[in-house]
Design a protein around this ligand. Sequence first.
Ligand code: ATP
Ligand code: MN
Length: 465
Amino acid sequence: MALNRTKIIDIFANGELIGTKVSVKGWVRSRRGNKFIQFIALNDGSTIHNLQIVVNLEQFDDETLRPITTGASLHVEGTLVASQGKGQSVEVQAESIEVYGTADPETYPLQKKGHTLEFLREKAHLRMRTNTFGAVFRIRHHLAFAVHKFFNDRGFFYLNTPLITSSDAEGAGEMFQVTTLNVKMPPRDERGSIDYSKDFFGKRTSLTVSGQLEGELGATSLGLIYTFGPTFRAEKSNTPRHLAEFWMIEPEMAFYEIEDNMDLAEEFIKYCVSYALEHCRDDIEFLNKMYDNTLIERLEHVVKEQFVRLTYTEGIDILVNSGKKFEFPVKWGVDLQSEHERYLVEQHFKRPVILTDYPKEIKAFYMKQNDDGKTVRAMDVLFPQIGEIIGGSQREESYNKLMARIEELHIPMKDMWWYLETRKFGTVPHSGFGLGFERLVLFVTGMANIRDVIAFPRTPGNAEY
Ligand code: ATP
Ligand code: MN
C-alpha cells in the first residue's frame, strides 16, 4: 500500500513519527555534501522550516541525483530519525527518491539565494517559493482568517457588496470603467456623446472603490455587517502604500456612535495582531531576524498600548508646534500626509493614534456633521510605519442634513436614490470604517512596500501576472 504524504509542518509537529517511514513531497531549496553523503533541504510551503533529507551515496547512483538541483520537485520516502547534525530536530534518511520536475540551474531564476525584493517583484510567478514570500503569504492567510473569526464571534454578518457599480458618487478615488462597448467605435447619441444605454448594464458602470454605501443598507437591516472584498482605485500616485486593486474590510454598525466605532476599530486591530503573533510565530520570527529586528517588539507594543485619541484640531496644534519642517506644510484645513501621521505616532505619542473630527471639506459627504458647522465625526487610525491604516466615521443619519451637504457639493445623486432611502425610512445612528487589508499585512510582516504583501500587485503600468 502506498504511503500517505505527510506535510513538512506535521513532520516537525508530531514527535510520534520518529522512527517510522514517511513520504514527503516538495521543492529543493539547496543541496550540499560530499562523495559519501548528501543533504537536501526540502520545503513544501507548509512551514518556513526545511526538512533535511539525508542521501547515502552507497544507495543512490549519480543518475538519480544529478537532476536534484535547487527548485526541482521531489517525492522522497524514508525513515524519520532524530537529527545527528545541528540546525534541525529531525531528518529523513532517504530510501527512495522520485524527481517530479527538474529546474535547470542555468535558467531557474531562484537558483541563487539573496535576491532583492525588487528583483523578486519581477518574478512574481515564482517568488512565493522563497522563504520571505512564503512567510508573508502564510501570515496573510492567517490574518484573513482572523478577520472573519473576529466578526463572526461578535455576531456580525458577512455581506458581499457588488464589485461593479453604477454610482460615481462614492467619492473615495478615481474609478476604472467597466464596459462591453466597442471602445474603437462606441455607439453615440444625437449629441455625439457615448450612448451608455447600449452598454451591458444599460448605464455607465465602474469597479467599486468601496462597499460602504451598500454596507449601510446591510447594517440598517441586519444590524451588524462587514464586507471583505476587492476594491479598485485608479490611484495614479506610485507610493509604497497604494495599490490599484486591494482588499478592504468594511464593518458597518447600526446604533454605534463614534466612540463605539473607535472601540471596535482598536479591539479589531489588536485582535488581528495578537492572532498573528500566536499563529504565525515562526514566520514572524523569520521576518524579524531577516528584515527588521524591532518587528516583534512593535507588534507586542501595539497589542498592549491603549491608542491615543485626539481631535484633528489638537493634532494640527502638535504638528505646528513641533518645529519640524515637513515636506508638506501643515495648517488647519489641510489633509494630513503620511509624514504628518507618522510624526504623531512615531515621534510624539509613540503609540497608535485615533484622530477624530476632521474638517468637513476634506472628508466624504456622508459623515455626521458636528454642531460647530466646520467638522465631521470622522476617525482615522494612524499606525507606526504605515500612517493611515483605517478610515471611518459616524454617518449622517438626518435626511435633511445629508441632502444639504449633497447639494452643497453638487454630488450627482440621481443614481443613488436607494442610499437616501436609508435616511427616509427608519433612519438610525450608525457608524463604520474601512481597513485596507494590505496595510494590515504590511504592518504585521514589517515589509516596507505594499507590492510585497499581495501575490499579484496591480499598480500603474503593472498587470503582468
Ligand atoms: P490614503 O489617504 O492613505 O490614500 P484614503 O483616505 O484614500 O487613504 P479611505 O478611502 O479612507 O482611504 O479607505 C479606507 C482604507 O483603505 C484606508 O485607511 C487604507 O487602509 C486603505 N486604502 C485606501 N486606499 C488604498 C490603496 N490605494 N491601496 C491600499 N490600501 C488603500
Ligand atoms: Mn481615509
